[in-house]
Design a binder for this molecule. Structure first.
Ligand SMILES: Nc1ncnc2c1ncn2[C@@H]1O[C@H](COP(=O)(O)OP(=O)(O)O)[C@@H](O)[C@H]1O
Ligand SMILES: [Mg+2]
Length: 356
């Protein structure tokens, strides 16, 4: 079995049922109507009784704006802190709208123009000269030809010159190939979903010209504790189907504790009033998920299957203390001012102290 299935395969049954019950009009080359895409993302019951799970937990309006944007000639930029489901939403949007989520370019400092526009198969280029067959196409090019969505991850990590190759593609909806004297014309259904991390701000800021081609949707950290607990709980259950989970009540209790710690450190306020220092690490739902996951792995393989404070402590410290000096201070202060006083949390406080 493969390690991680793409959304379109993992949720094939949901997508199939959505397609069957979808009575609304679909934009050209869309697999589903916008309202069915929304149901796929935020969950709900279909007219045939089928239950669709929620992929995105949070403000529904944001998903409506994201989907609506993709029906226009503007591209979509999902922006926010690391771990706020930007990649996750982008994958599910592509799966629901185009049926594929794998037309993807990962933006890095080393991403070249060739991986955005097209490259050449040099052996063929030398033997045959420039020809259609010697061209190496990219996910953008495929998406343009097939009328699908192309995903660009971490757009602002790519150099500005590489980012700007998207301007013609987005404004003219075509990609010139001067070597062949031709161009690729995008067909209906083509669009781009990019993600960018606001921790990368200022590294390769989007140019004004490119910014105008995007509608930005900011994905926030979860508003309420309940929402954040639900996000962590849902994902933890999904990701640990291979081990026996502790009973639901105690798992929820531990997830709540992790989420409370994360929210306090993120906001710089403990117990609703005490001002505390904020660590350099990102205290996102994604990090909370991995703290609980690693705790569960420890308890399943080296404990008795019950999630103990000791199992959580190691992951917690790992998530908070990313900088050995600053974060260590922050964490110690937090232990003493916030955790120590909580009578029900002595186990966690002691487990954390022991690991020092
Ligand atoms: N609001 C949310 N709803 C559902 N899942 C969420 C939410 N926020 C975070 N997650 C979870 O966090 C994980 C990491 O999100 P990811 O998309 O990789 O973050 P990034 O914003 O850095 O791209 C995903 O597995 C996702 O399930
Ligand atoms: Mg991401």
């Amino acid at each position: 079995m493969i390690l991680r299935q793409q959304a379109e395969f993992q949720f094939a049954e949901e997508l199939e049922n959505l397609k069957k019950t979808d009575k609304q009009k679909r934009p050209p080359n869309w697999q589903l109507s916008p309202s069915a895409v929304l149901t796929y993302l935020t969950g709900g019951k279909l007219s045939n009784g089928f239950e669709v799970s929620a992929k995105y937990i949070g403000n529904k309006r944001l998903m409506e704006i994201a989907i609506a944007t993709l029906t226009t000639d503007r591209a979509l930029l999902l922006y926010g802190l690391p771990g706020t489901a930007k990649s996750w939403v982008s994958e599910h949007l592509s799966a629901a709208i185009s049926g594929v989520s794998t037309l993807l370019i990962q933006g890095t400092a080393g991403t070249s123009e060739e991986s955005v526009r097209y490259g050449w198969n040099y052996a063929r280029l030398l033997s045959e000269g420039p020809s259609e067959a010697a061209l190496v196409s990219t996910p953008v090019m495929k998406a343009m030809k097939e009328g699908k969505l192309c995903r660009i991850e971490e757009l602002t990590r790519m150099g500005s010159d590489v980012q700007d190759t998207l301007i013609t593609i987005l404004s003219e909806k075509m990609l010139p190939i001067p070597e062949l004297g031709t161009e690729i014309q995008a067909i209906e259904g083509f669009n781009i979903i990019a993600t960018a991390n606001n921790r990368d701000k200022g590294i390769n800021e989007l140019s004004g010209a490119l910014k105008r081609r995007f509608n930005t949707v900011i994905l926030p950290v979860p508003e309420s504790i309940e929402e954040e607990v639900e996000i962590v709980h849902t994902r933890v259950k999904e990701m640990n189907s291979h081990i026996e989970l502790p009973d639901c009540f105690s798992l929820t209790y531990d997830i709540e504790r992790v989420v409370i710690i994360f929210r306090e450190l993120r906001s710089g306020i403990a117990n609703g009033k005490t001002i505390i220092k904020i660590p350099s690490s990102t205290m996102s739902p994604a990090e909370a998920i991995s703290v609980v996951n690693s705790g569960l792995a420890l308890s399943a393989h080296f404990g008795n299957g019950e999630l103990t404070a000791k199992d959580l402590a190691a992951g917690l410290i790992g998530a908070v203390v990313k900088d050995p000096v600053h974060d260590k201070l922050v964490w110690n202060e937090y232990l003493e001012t916030a955790l120590k006083g909580r009578s029900m949390w002595q186990d966690l406080y002691n487990a954390c102290k022991e690991l020092e």
